[in-house]
Design a protein around this ligand. Structure first.
Ligand code: HEC
Ligand code: HEC
Length: 208
């Protein structure tokens, strides 16, 4: 009788522990990033491919922002620009984020947040120093609160602006101006103060 009890206790213990282990096995963020993101954003979130400056670098962003952004694209709250993938077909962030489970999105977000941001190689900047200097003043006055250290800091779950491609920033400024994407209320109030020349000056500063 004692032996039977032992067997009965032993079997469920093994299968239960296997189940817990399988569930807790950490997903490999680096591998998942390589599989799903690298062809556009590079293996560490720093794009090395020249697509005309439309692909943002996302290394070193906060994990919360990356995860939240993937949800925004998935739910269609943020419009996604289509670009050609490795196979030469058009693809976009909305399509890509739908392929990920919540756990995969989490693992990728954590991995990317631990990588070092490298500014993108600018493909089409206009080198207008005077305009960039005006942008710097505007940034200090209105934006540095959250996009700190002149747009290079990811704290407060805000994206890194300095060192993104010009075409990417123009597209985001345009969407924000048309209220086509989510931004915090406090940013909205500051952004509203900008005229078109101010926006160009800020973009010039971030792509300097
Ligand atoms: C086929 C190319 C492609 C692939 C693959 C891809 N992305 Fe993107 N990603 C883009 C483009 C293009 C944008 C800019 C979208 C826009 O301007 O509408 C973008 C934007 C983003 C942003 C917004 C950054 C910001 O500053 O707000 C994040 C975050 C992001 N991608 C994460 C990922 C992750 C994580 C993966 C892998 C799961 C991935 N992307 C795979 C092309 C791609
Ligand atoms: C209250 C804090 C705050 C202030 C102030 C602020 N921002 Fe933001 N900004 C954010 C956050 C948070 C996001 C990300 C929103 C999201 O997609 O979830 C963002 C997103 C952006 C984006 C989109 C970039 C990308 O890669 O997705 C741009 C461009 C931007 N801000 C520019 C500005 C400018 C220019 C100013 C000053 C006029 C400014 N922000 C002031 C918090 C702020």
């Amino acid at each position: 009788m004692k032996r039977i009890i032992q067997i009965f206790f032993f079997i469920p213990f093994i299968s239960l522990s296997q189940f817990i282990f399988a569930d807790d096995a950490p997903l490999n963020g680096a591998e998942l990033t390589k599989k799903y993101c690298a062809e556009c954003h590079g293996e560490t979130g720093n794009s090395t491919i020249d697509r005309g400056g439309v692909i943002p670098n996302i290394a070193g962003f906060s994990a919360i922002l990356i995860f939240d952004t993937l949800s925004q694209f998935k739910d269609g709250d943020r419009k996604a620009l289509a670009v050609k993938n490795k196979a030469g077909q058009l693809s976009n962030m909305s399509e890509i984020s739908k392929k990920l489970s919540e756990q995969e999105a989490e693992a990728i977000s954590l991995f990317l947040s631990e990588q070092k941001f490298t500014p993108t190689k600018q493909v089409d900047r206009s080198n207008d120093e005077k305009l960039a200097a005006q942008g710097k003043l505007l940034h200090q006055d209105l934006c540095d609160d959250c996009h700190g250290e002149f747009g290079t800091s990811p704290v407060d779950d805000a994206p890194i602006l300095a060192g993104q491609g010009r075409a990417y920033l123009i597209r985001q400024f345009d969407q924000i101006s048309k209220q086509e994407r989510y931004i915090p209320k406090r940013m909205k109030r500051k952004f509203r103060k900008l005229n078109n020349k101010d926006k160009l000056a800020l973009i010039e500063f971030y792509t300097k």
